[in-house]
Design a protein around this ligand. Structure first.
Ligand code: ARG
Length: 442
């Protein structure tokens, strides 16, 4: 079941066959492999390297294989070296001798390169769609629940924000991610078919024909680079890693917020699990798995970077390892985006608990200082004064707004009755440029 063998006198060891085959991994490239071959055949006919009759026969054969794989009639299995061998050998099995002409002016090196570029192009669009779905989910949840909540730095309560603005931060991250994937897509849009094994071909082929048929922007400029470039996979996997990092940070917040300590949100039963021993438990497993799988996507990126780092030009079999890493990272990021969208869609926001947390955290302390500044106190002095007010409040177990004007006057003679209005949590959000946090825009 090999595409080569002329110069071999004995068979490969069984264990070597298993070690060498990529079919269990690259079977998913069958559509791209057949699309590449169909374009190649059309180009060979166009360039008078095949007769139109031969071209028709090859095209019919390739289309019948595609049809049978898609309908389940033809299962991709057996002792084939890779998907390219599987398709070509089935083609010859179906149409006879003409099948052996398919590989004219082509190598598996430019074949696998074009297959992977086509696959990456399609999947990059799917990732962008997944990101848009996530952005839409965040937007809808933010719009419906733009309630006041504590904002944090160092995981310490800091200042009041809105839930909409908090989720909006993630919307921004995923919008940038979408642009990044779009940029990668633009850069990878070059056709490596026609590079041959590494040095082009003596046949008078026309790379513009396959470029147009396969809808690439242009043919690659350099044959050696065309068959050995895997940058676009690394670039996409870097983008996937950044997406996962964003998903993981969001997961971490959802896990915290759904804890008994926060109770800011309640996750839907559909995306939670229970404990086999503790009957009361409801665990945020969806978010934890996303956070956990982030490591796996980073791992794939580093595995491929490491695989490629010492390779001389051009193709080396090491490169076959690209697919397992790329596919795993891709599948993981697609799954995680989908699950996260659903988790966001179904989570319940506990507005009252968020509000209660604001009351307990001196979240208007900065605005008390701003108030003093508005009365002419230099900010650094105002900061010091409010620090003293906080010590007093902690001793008295009171919030700043619960102190009387008499109590407040101990700290600054500039304080008046109008302070309560200034430091009211909802009012704070109408002052300065804070109105932005009340808007939910997408
Ligand atoms: N399965 C191979 C891969 O994924 C296809 C290319 C084989 N080329 C070769 N020269 N052996 O890299």
């Amino acid at each position: 079941m090999k595409l080569w063998g002329g110069r071999f006198t004995s068979r490969a060891d069984q264990i070597m066959e298993q070690f060498n085959t990529s079919l269990p991994v690259d079977h998913r490239l069958f559509r791209e492999d057949i699309a590449g071959s169909l374009a190649h055949v059309t180009m060979l006919v166009h360039s008078d390297l095949l007769t139109p009759e031969e071209g028709d026969l090859l095209i019919q054969g390739l289309e019948s294989i595609l049809h049978d794989i898609e309908s389940g009639k033809l299962v991709i299995e057996g002792d084939y070296e890779d998907i390219h061998s599987f398709v070509e050998m089935h083609l010859t099995g179906r149409i006879g001798e003409t099948g052996k002409k398919l590989h004219t002016a082509r190598s598996r090196n430019d074949q696998v390169a074009v297959d992977m570029r086509l696959y990456a192009k399609n999947k990059a669009v799917e990732v962008m769609d997944g990101l848009q779905a996530l952005i839409d989910s965040l937007y809808a949840k933010a719009k419906a629940n733009n309630v006041i909540m504590p904002g944090y730095t160092h995981l310490q309560r800091a200042q009041v924000v809105t839930f909409g603005h908090h989720l909006g931060a993630y919307e921004q991250m995923f919008k940038r991610d979408k642009k990044r994937v779009g940029n990668a897509l633009e850069l990878l849009d070059e056709n490596p078919l026609g590079c041959g094994a590494l040095a082009g071909t003596t046949h008078a082929i026309d790379r513009e024909v396959t470029t147009a048929l396969l809808r690439f922007e242009k043919p690659v400029d350099n044959f050696l680079d065309g068959v050995s470039d895997r940058d676009y996979m690394l670039e996409l996997m870097s983008d996937f890693s950044i997406i996962m990092m964003h998903l993981s940070r969001l997961s971490e917040e959802l896990i915290l917020w759904s804890s008994q300590e926060f109770k800011f949100i309640t996750m839907a039963d559909a995306y939670s699990t229970g404990s086999s021993i503790m009957p009361q438990k409801k665990n945020p497993d969806a978010a934890e798995l996303i956070r956990g799988k982030t490591g796996r996507v980073y791992g794939s990126l580093f595995a491929l970077l490491t695989t490629l780092k010492g390779l001389p030009l051009t193709y080396n079999k090491d490169m076959q390892e690209d697919k397992e890493q790329f596919f795993d990272a891709l599948d993981t990021v697609l799954d995680c985006m989908e699950i996260m969208s659903k988790v966001i869609d179904t989570l319940q926001v506990n507005a009252e608990n968020m509000k209660a947390a604001i009351k307990a955290g001196f979240l208007n302390a900065t605005e008390v200082a701003d108030y003093l500044v508005s009365k002419g106190t230099p900010f650094r002095d105002a900061h010091e004064i409010v620090g003293k007010i906080i010590i007093y409040c902690e001793a008295e177990k009171k919030a700043i707004e619960d102190l009387t004007v008499q109590e407040l006057l101990i700290f600054s003679e500039k304080i008046d009755n109008d302070i309560y209005d200034y430091i009211d949590y909802e009012n704070i959000l109408t002052k300065g440029n804070k109105g932005l946090m009340k808007e939910v825009g997408s």
